[in-house]
Design a protein around this ligand. Structure first.
Ligand SMILES: [Zn+2]
Ligand SMILES: [Zn+2]
Length: 145
């Protein structure tokens, strides 16, 4: 049996859903208070609409843009997800900025790598150029010695 008196009006539902969307950090109790309905009633409406009934804690914020996150999310969007995983480095050969995985950057730096190349071509060009210089230096030191 449905108690019609307990069924919230459409306007109340609509307002509540709108309030929830714009205030993800507000509790169902305070949302209900604003509309003059009980906390339990507010919770029911929200869960029926598939909206979050629990407060999104301010501590779970996107590390990139500070947007509130849903539970389990690490970043608010794919764009922010990309930003925390990638960083821009300059190519040691052509100075072009390109993106590299932060994990890889840390790994390679701990292995002693200090140079970054945007492409294999740049790496080869750089190595050839510097090997030539290195050979010249060795030859010069040989001649001197
Ligand atoms: Zn974000
Ligand atoms: Zn390059």
């Amino acid at each position: 049996m449905i108690d019609s008196k307990c069924n919230p009006s459409r306007t109340t539902t609509k307002t509540l859903l709108a309030l929830r969307s714009s205030n993800p950090c507000k509790s169902t109790a305070s949302l209900g208070r604003e509309l003059g309905i009980s906390r339990e009633r507010a919770r029911q409406i929200l869960s029926r609409a598939g909206m979050p009934t629990t407060i999104i804690r301010p501590k779970s914020l996107c590390p990139v843009c500070d947007s509130p996150l849903r539970s389990g999310q690490k970043t608010c969007s794919l764009m922010c997800f990309h930003k925390i995983r990638y960083v821009e480095v300059a190519c040691s050969h052509c100075s072009r900025l390109y993106e590299i995985r932060i994990k890889r950057l840390i790994l390679m730096t701990t292995r002693g790598q200090q140079r970054w190349f945007c492409s294999t071509l740049c790496k080869i060009s750089w190595l050839t150029q510097h090997n030539k210089e290195l050979r010249q230096i060795t030859e010069l030191s040989k001649r001197a010695g």
